[in-house]
Design a protein around this ligand. Sequence first.
Ligand code: FE
Length: 187
Amino acid sequence: MDGTMDPGTNAAPGRAAAADAKWTPYRHPMPKESPPELIVPDAIPSDERVWVPVDDNVWFRPLCLSVTRGYWVNLLRVRRAGVLSRHRHPMPVHGFVLKGEWRYLEHDWVAREGGYVYEAPGETHTLVVDPHVEEMITLFQVNGAMIYVDPDGNCTGYDDVFTRLDKCRRHYAACGLGEGYIDQFLR
Ligand code: FE
């Protein structure tokens, strides 16, 4: 039977019932400890103020800040000739390139639009966008922290989900969206 047919017209009674059951929603409440789902329709925002500036030509757009699990999901946007400071990851990072391309000074590969990147714990790297790339946007899920280091690995600072949250609050207060704007992205 063609999967697109109405299951009621041609199927045996048992199969029709099974097909109906498949389309029946779960009918009980979610666990009371489970936080609400988070839907961001304009993940790549039309309102420029949603982008939080981090450095020259570098911005991030928060999507989910997990203050209970210690990770964050954001879009990183870098415009031509931008650098994301050298940093070490104590925990893994997952990335998906939505637009443009970028590379690490420490590796010889290039992450291009449509590509997936896994960054292993222990990685230290410097993300750069070269002058020929007008704009790159990448979704990153970052666990734990980013530890900023000098070229010898000496710690110069860090970011975790709480410093990210502070940066968002300050930026959204200053740009007029209001410091409470970030609260919808907390879980
Ligand atoms: Fe990184």
